[in-house]
Design a protein around this ligand. Structure first.
Ligand code: SGN
Ligand code: CA
Length: 687
């Protein structure tokens, strides 16, 4: 072999050896990561957070071995968006996953992908909820959609199968089995995401009676009357009193005083159980339900009773989550893995446990904005710490990459928590967090808003169909019942906060308020421009999109035909028809009338069955020009604007009447069955 070639092979051999050494050393030094996330687990329901509602010994133990964050927040308080923020380290407007309807674009950069590339073994087990298949994982085994509590289906690397048992236990079984089978030479990153304690809060068989003898203290703001606050707080649909369902949520299928009890949904879930599971349920609930029905409670007492049942079920679900965290810790302890494993416990967002009379989340108020967050990593993090920095779910991805020695991509908008975790003095931490919520119209009707939270203040702007602000001083008013935005004393503070808010929007590249509203409002020339419109049924306050004249204000939406879930100046009618009369004030020659409607079934908005166009000379006698049937089914899952129009020979009229029929109530096949359906109307144009 010539000398040079020989030298080449020898060097290659040495390089390979060194290379092996480096990667082995790397794997020994780099921490494992177990990211445990529950769904809708409120910090109020974790004992180390101090509300003494329940006891969570295993989560508390984790907190004793690491750092507990008191000011950890999400950037958009809802499930799938929060998960997308966590995976990508970017805000919703960057990763595109603004609400639960969106399908996650799995081709974008995520921390599991980067860890995988850096030699980590990666797995995702449990609730995923992002619609597209997981990417960046060697192994995934996920619940379809929201998942089921009993005998859940799991999709394992694309193959679906039903697994008997209780979801929280099964999720942990699968996760531990995966850790067991891993290659011990390489570090691993496991995402272990529980379904519990998500609605409808179904405890495991062993905990069905766990809290039967406990009376939970009603929260201070349970009977909040929302005075001082705007429409959003008043018009949400997440009140225990009015919106919690007797059968589906509270497991009293025999109660007759609730005509929206979710009975069908409850039956569907109950049928899923096997007869042994059903027996457990019947034995646990029959007598306590009967006692409640026989007591014939007043409205106020019923609301209080609902709170007790809600807490019993919700906290029992958490008891299983806590047990299963105990199993994970024990597993790691037995194998000497605790020292070099970063264990995170968090929830995709916060949750209301009766505060303001609510359940669910979405609002920028504290209980839903705040996420519990505990991080343990005995090798580097001092035990039993409590931290008050303003941290975000946006920070998780950079933190994991930092610890794994992977460069944090520029696209990521969060900050690594490493300095905080390792108690390094850090003066440059953020002074404020930026928040934005989009899913409206949508379940629970929480209006679109964005805002800023500093250590002391919170400023929120409700937009889209509203335009008002709220301001809270969290030191004086931690319950956020006293909106002080209108108080003149705070004018200067408001200016400062607004400036900081706009700065944050600039920094995070979120400067367009209309970005996720319909694109392209264009001016059109039509003769009904500015004419008065009389509506027989008022357009509902919630979705007026301006005055009723906006029905003829000369603007229309671009006709791309496809609106996903963006809306703009629609006029919304809840349960009512559109009956609009336009008065030209004088005889006018017309040749066509047209009108736009929205079909968005998942937001309970249906196109009208039919639209009738009438004309009149005196405003009393109308003649029918034409009746147009909708050419798309109310069942269609497309989200789109539908244009309905009528053409005529030139004709002189003074009045025009447009009648579009709302289907009234949501039909049987729809999730909103029996509740009022929406009709959304955009622009009556006359030429
Ligand atoms: C379901 C629930 C809602 C909940 C959303 C979002 N209704 O629609 O109460 O707000 O999920 O939750 S249910 O009747 O299906 O239980 S999230 O955590 O996935 O964002
Ligand atoms: Ca959730």
């Amino acid at each position: 072999m010539p000398y040079l070639t020989k030298l080449f092979f020898v060097s290659l051999f040495i390089l390979t050896l060194v290379g092996c050494d480096i990667s082995k050393q790397k794997s020994e030094n780099r921490p494992n990561i177990i990211f445990i996330m529950a769904d809708d687990h409120a910090y109020q329901a974790i004992s180390c957070y101090g509300d003494s509602l329940n006891s969570t010994p295993n989560i508390d133990k984790l907190a004793r071995s690491g750092l507990r964050f008191n000011k950890s927040f999400c950037t958009n308080s809802i499930c799938a968006p929060s998960r997308a923020v966590i995976l990508t380290g970017t805000y919703s407007h960057i990763n595109g996953h603004i609400d639960n309807y969106t399908t996650f674009d799995g081709s974008q950069l995520t921390f599991p992908k980067l860890l995988q590339k850096a030699g980590y073994q990666t797995a995702m087990v449990g609730k995923w909820h992002l619609k597209s298949d997981p990417t960046g994982f060697d192994y995934w085994n996920i619940l379809p959609g929201q998942g089921q509590y009993y005998n859940p289906d799991f999709i394992e690397n694309g193959v679906k199968k039903r697994i008997p048992g209780y979801v929280t236990d099964i999720t942990t079984d699968i996760a531990l089995e995966w850790i067991n089978k891993r290659d011990e030479e390489k570090p691993f990153c496991l995402l272990l995401h529980h379904k519990a304690p998500h609605r409808n809060w179904m405890p495991a068989p062993e905990y069905l009676s766990k809290y039967d003898s406990i009376q939970f203290q009603i929260p201070r703001t349970f009977f909040d009357d929302y005075s001082t606050r705007g429409y959003a707080a008043r018009e949400q649909k997440m009140e225990l009193g009015r919106h919690m369902m007797m059968a589906y949520d509270l497991k009293v299928p025999d109660y007759h005083g609730d005509n929206n009890s979710g009975l069908e949904s409850w039956k569907f879930i109950f049928d899923r159980m096997d007869s042994v599971q059903q027996d457990f349920w019947n034995q646990a609930y029959f007598y306590k339900n009967k006692a409640m029905i026989d007591a014939n409670l007043s409205a106020e007492d019923l609301k209080k009773w609902k709170y007790q049942r809600y807490m019993q079920d919700y906290l029992s679900c958490i008891a299983s989550v806590d047990d299963n965290i105990g199993r994970v810790i024990e597993y790691l302890e037995e194998r000497g893995l605790v020292e070099n494993t970063i264990i995170v416990y968090t929830s995709d967002q916060g949750f209301y446990l009766g505060e303001h009379g609510w359940f669910d989340k979405r609002f920028m108020y504290e209980q839903s904005l705040r996420m519990p967050l505990i991080i343990s990593y005995p090798k580097n993090i001092v035990a039993s710490g409590v931290n008050e920095n303003l941290v975000l779910n946006l920070d998780f991805a950079p933190t994991f990459l930092d610890y794994a020695g992977v460069e944090i991509p520029e696209r990521m908008q969060g900050k690594s928590l490493r300095n905080i975790l390792e108690s390094n003095p850090n003066n440059s931490w953020r002074d404020a967090v930026y928040y934005r919520y989009y899913e409206y119209p949508g379940p629970h009707s929480v209006k679109r808003h964005y805002g800023i939270r500093t250590n002391r203040y919170k400023l929120i702007h409700f937009y889209y169909d509203e335009d008002y602000w709220e301001l809270y001083d969290l030191v004086v008013d931690p319950d956020e019942v006293n909106n002080i935005y209108e108080n003149e004393e705070y004018l200067e503070l408001i200016q400062v906060l607004k400036l900081r808010l706009y700065e944050l929007q600039n920094d995070y590249l979120d400067t367009e308020e209309d970005r996720f509203l319909p694109a392209g409002n264009i001016e059109v020339d039509h003769i009904a421009w500015g004419c008065p419109v009389k509506l027989k049924y008022p357009n509902n306050k919630k979705y007026t999109g301006g005055s009723k004249n906006a029905l003829t204000d000369g603007r229309k939406l671009s006709d791309s035909g496809n609106y996903s879930h963006d809306f703009s100046v629609w006029q919304g009618f809840e349960g009512d028809d559109l009956e609009a009369v336009i008065d030209f004030n004088k005889e006018t020659v017309i040749t066509s009338i047209s009108c736009g409607f929205l079909q968005n079934r998942s937001s309970w908005i249906f196109r009208p069955d039919k639209v009738s166009f009438y004309v009149s000379e005196n405003g009393i006698d109308y003649s029918l020009l034409e009746e147009v049937k909708a050419n798309i089914s109310a069942k269609s899952t497309d989200v789109k604007r539908i244009n309905v129009s009528v053409e005529t020979e030139q004709m002189k009229v003074r009045y025009i009447k447009v009648l579009a029929s709302n289907m009234g109530i949501c039909p049987d096949w729809h999730i909103g069955k029996g509740k009022k359906a929406w009709l959304f109307v955009d622009e009556i144009e006359v030429n």
